[in-house]
Design a protein around this ligand. Sequence first.
Ligand code: FES
Length: 98
Amino acid sequence: MKPCRVEFPGTDKSPVDLESGANLSEKLTIHNSPILFGCRIGICGTCAVEVVATDGPLPERTFDEAQFLEAMAPGQDSVRLACQIRINTNMKIRKTQV
Ligand code: FES
């Protein structure tokens, strides 16, 4: 599979090319990205990001992610939990608060 490019607009972090199918949080940690992580299971919100997919849709929210974001960021479809995203497209991500 071809790698997916992840960009970090508004930061000085260079884009990274990540393995498609991998967990985003695992790969971003390796690359020392500006996105911080806490629980990594979708319950703390530390990794909340605004995401724009630039080469196809993102995977659907996981059950835990959907429940958390429906409570903490209702109606904000571009907000995701980076720890719950499986990489499948190029994307731009920006830290946000929930
Ligand atoms: S690290 Fe806690 S919700 Fe993602």
